[in-house]
Design a protein around this ligand. Structure first.
Ligand SMILES: O=P(O)(O)OC[C@H]1O[C@@](CO)(OP(=O)(O)O)[C@@H](O)[C@@H]1O
Length: 446
């Protein structure tokens, strides 16, 4: 299993965004940081707008001209903070989210990076499609804190004025004049992408990611398989069949999904290679695809045991897993971190696709959910992903909207709370063991 963190130990990268206002720079910066953080690569975005707001308040509290002429001040602070972060927090990828439109400003940043042994990667978002620009202006208009209390028409005018002002000394990247620079130029997001002088593994990972994601509206549906015989018995792993209630969920799923998705919408169903996900998908009238990478976390020597048996036979392992569930690797099996690594191609393909329903397992769904919802690693293995519930994810420009739809078919809870003994030794009366607890999610039912 490749370990990205070890492979990239000695390379530090500064992604320097370039582009006029309303070119999707913040969206790109946030996506790159979220993707790298999910892969345990320490990444952080330094947004010039955030720095400017701290010093000068919202954009309307500063004249356009001042904002333009004074910008070097907050750019300097952002770059200095980024360097400190690289050094003190062992950062790997810093992202400078701002227009960086003039060559002289870019040269200065490049020089600082080289002095600190940080490789600069320029990333330009260049648009020439008027409809794309209009959409982005509307997006900035409704999402930026600068415009939250301003009339939308006034906000639109401010953004357009800023675009015109920044155009004055904007220079776009070019393979002849910037041949010695490492850069990616995205034209109209993905219409075409120019790549120049990419020479490290990590740079190529970032570029590959940039080439794959799209920004069209779509929905990702997630569900665990129906309740399995192993779930009923409190056993983990294995390749058990569905229980009677699990089968009921499989039978209800087509009606539920068709109602949610709409009759004319296209959908592809992704399942694992384990029987319980296939059986759950069997009545769905959509194209299906099996992924080995979607198989449940491998519990190694504990496969087929209950949590209680694990605690009795391997008390140290039981404790170690509770202490660091993300990194704990079952003997002969996997950790959550290992699952994330093997899920990377799934995420990459998900970024390229439109509507997808994924029917998979508790641990795998936690990892996928964590990617979209930016959940920190120490929390993700403890998230509640109940059985017989569909999760709807709608990725938007700046965040993801999530809702849960319960099938109203009872199922056991397979959730084990942190710090709870399965041997009846818990002192915490609110904590639950894992068996025969009917799932009750705070969601609407179908
Ligand atoms: O990491 P924890 O919380 O143990 O959850 C993972 C476990 O969930 C289970 C159920 O207990 O998954 P599944 O969705 O496949 O039924 C186990 O097979 C698996 O080991």
């Amino acid at each position: 299993m490749p370990n990205y963190t070890n492979n990239i130990q000695d390379s530090k990268i500064c992604v320097i965004l370039i582009g006029l206002p309303a070119r999707g720079k913040t969206l790109i910066a946030q996506k790159v940081v979220r993707y790298l953080s999910w892969l345990s690569i320490k990444a952080k975005s330094f947004s010039y707008d955030d720095y400017r707001r701290v010093v000068y308040g919202k954009s309307n509290e500063l004249t356009l001209k001042d904002r333009y002429e004074e910008c070097y001040r907050w750019v300097e602070t952002a770059v200095a903070d980024m360097i400190e972060w690289f050094e003190e927090e062992k950062g790997i990828v810093g992202v400078l989210d701002g227009s960086n439109h003039s060559e002289s400003q870019r040269d200065k940043i490049e020089e600082i990076c080289r002095k600190h042994d940080i490789k600069p990667l320029f990333l330009e978002s260049w648009f020439d499609k008027p409809e794309l620009i209009t959409n982005n202006i509307l997006d900035v208009n409704s999402n930026s804190p600068d415009y939250s209390a301003i009339d939308p028409e006034e906000a639109r005018k401010d953004i357009e004025d800023r675009i015109e002002l920044y155009k004055k000394d904007y220079t776009t990247l070019d393979t002849s004049t910037d041949a010695d620079k490492t850069f990616v130029k995205m034209i109209n997001i993905h219409q075409s992408i120019i790549i120049n002088k990419i020479d490290t593994y990590l740079q190529s990972r970032i570029v590959y990611y940039l080439m794959n994601f799209h920004i069209k509206p779509r929905t990702i549906w997630l569900s665990r398989h129906g309740e399995s015989m192993y779930n009923l018995e409190g056993k983990i792993g294995g390749d058990a069949d569905l229980s009677q209630r699990g089968l009921k969920y499989a039978q209800k799923l087509p009606e539920m999904i068709q109602k949610l998705v709409g009759p004319d919408e296209q959908l592809t169903v992704w399942i694992s290679t384990l029987k319980r996900t296939y059986q759950t998908s069997q009545y769905l009238p959509y194209k299906k695809l099996q992924w080995k990478a979607l198989d449940e976390l491998d519990a190694g020597i504990c496969d087929g045991m209950t949590y209680e048996e694990i605690e009795r036979q391997y008390p140290e392992d039981f404790k170690a897993r509770d202490e660091n569930k993300y990194l704990y690797r079952y003997r002969g099996g996997e950790s959550y971190k290992d699952v994330v690594t093997r899920l990377e191609p799934v995420i990459m393909e998900l970024e390229r696709q439109e509507n997808i329903l994924i029917i998979t397992h508790q641990a795998v769904l936690r990892c996928i959910y964590a990617y979209f919802m930016n959940v920190p690693q120490e929390e993700s293995p403890w998230m509640s992903i109940p059985l017989h519930t569909v999760i709807k994810l709608e990725p938007m420009a700046y965040d993801t909207i999530v809702s849960r739809i319960k099938a109203d078919i009872p199922a056991v809870s397979t959730y084990k709370e942190k710090g709870t003994s399965q041997l009846g030794e818990s002192t915490d009366s609110s904590s639950s063991k894992t068996r025969n607890i009917i799932t009750s999610a705070k969601v609407h039912s179908l």
